[in-house]
Write a protein that binds this ligand. Structure first.
Ligand code: DGI
Ligand code: FE
Ligand code: FE
Length: 190
């Protein structure tokens, strides 16, 4: 799909603010893909569509999890974890995106997973550090992203876990697997 067409499809699904965020993820993911050797065409499509389901009604997302046999434990956590796996399903069904690597990068963009591909890391990290993001610690992650993508992803998931714990929220198991997997990878590369 052409970039222009993809952007016009996604724009209709998002608020102005979330669309600007998506443009930031697009820009950052292309820089990271180029630096760390991910496929830039796949990065572009995954970035554009990553938050496709962000504004779907919660009930619709929960129904899709049940109807399509997505992991049932998704329903036991914050509704925030739903838009990534449900988004991967919807962009396949509604937009004809078939590429499994792209769909996985969308599926795992919120939680990550224990053994991430370079494309999954690029989208996960770009979502966290794109230029419109502003929160404590983000500049440290941005600086680290220029040197070591694993270390930067580890900082991002660690911050997210700490943030969720401070808010007394549950941590989805995949988020913990991401943390554990990246700890291993960072150690191995030292
Ligand atoms: O969709 P974005 O806002 O661009 O970013 P995102 O897809 O990373 O979603 C961030 C939200 O997801 C934020 O409110 C924290 C929440 N979240 C991420 N991982 C987990 C989580 N919430 C729970 N309960 N458990 C998680 O593991
Ligand atoms: Fe998201
Ligand atoms: Fe996002």
């Amino acid at each position: 799909m052409e970039k222009k067409e993809a952007l016009s499809i996604v724009k209709k699904q998002l608020t102005e603010h979330r669309y600007i965020h998506t443009l930031g993820v697009l820009e950052t993911s292309l820089i990271l893909a180029n630096q760390y050797g991910a496929d830039p065409v796949k990065a572009e499509i995954a970035a554009i569509f990553h938050d496709y389901a962000k504004f779907r009604p919660k009930d619709e997302m929960r129904q899709i999890v049940i109807r399509e046999g997505l992991p049932g434990d998704l329903l036991l956590y914050s509704n925030e974890v739903l838009h990534a796996p449900v988004g991967a399903y919807l962009v396949k069904e509604e937009c004809g995106i078939q590429d499994k690597e792209v769909l996985n990068a969308i599926y795992y963009h919120t939680t990550g997973n224990g053994n991430m591909t370079i494309l999954e890391k690029v989208i996960f990290l770009a979502d966290y550090i794109e230029p419109n993001r502003q929160f404590p610690g983000v500049d440290d992650v941005r600086n680290t992203a220029e040197k070591d993508i694993n270390e930067a992803c580890l900082m991002a998931v660690r911050n997210t876990i700490q943030f969720l714990m401070k808010q007394n929220q549950k941590i989805y198991p995949l988020t913990l697997e991401t943390y554990n997997g990246l700890i291993e990878e960072v150690k191995k590369n030292k």
